[in-house]
Unconditional design. Structure first.
Length: 185
């Protein structure tokens, strides 16, 4: 029983770091990826479609997360992240040439802070859950009720960590959405 719960917890906790948001790229920063492929002179209508799809996915992911559908929200946020990565690689030059307005720069800073705050909470929750697992292990045979209570708390904290991790990803992706907003016009 303990091994099964520990395995489940490891799988749950292993998913949280996978959802960590990539640092948002500002116009002054080059993409963190390897050398970009040859870029077209202008982003075309296909890129506008990708942007709109990514923005819609992001909005839907946030709604799903707020309704408690964490796994679905995570999948949508990951898909939006991959679409923004395509835009970054193919339209990165135009994006770097476009200066952010003062309001956009402020919003970017706010989103970065919110994302960092969420990730700090994720780390705190994961650490707490790991400590409770260690505390629960010796109680499994001797105090099953205390063991069940601790493992219930571990599951609750793990679920909350997952939700906050997805929320952090959404905040980070909001910056990408703002940066590439010109494609949606």
């Amino acid at each position: 029983m303990l091994r099964r719960l520990a395995t489940i917890l490891v799988v749950i906790l292993a998913g949280a770091p996978l959802a960590s948001p990539a640092p948002a790229q500002t116009p002054a920063q080059p993409p963190a990826a390897a050398p970009a492929p040859a870029q077209s002179a202008k982003c075309g209508p296909d890129h506008a479609i990708l942007y709109k799809k990514a923005a819609t996915l992001l909005d839907t992911a946030e709604k799903k997360l707020n309704k408690g559908y964490t796994a679905e929200a995570k999948a949508m946020a990951k898909e939006a992240k991959s679409l923004f990565a395509i835009l970054q690689s193919e339209c990165g030059q135009e994006q770097r040439e476009r200066a952010l307005t003062e309001q956009e720069a402020q919003q970017e800073a706010i989103n970065q802070k919110l994302s960092a705050d969420e990730m700090a909470q994720v780390e705190r929750l994961e650490k707490s859950a790991a400590e409770k697992i260690k505390k629960a292990q010796p109680l499994e045979a001797t105090q099953p009720e205390a063991y069940k209570k601790l493992m219930s708390e571990v599951k609750t904290e793990s679920d909350l960590a997952q939700k906050r991790s997805v929320k952090a990803m959404i905040y980070a992706l909001r910056n990408q959405q703002m940066i590439f907003r010109y494609l949606g016009k």
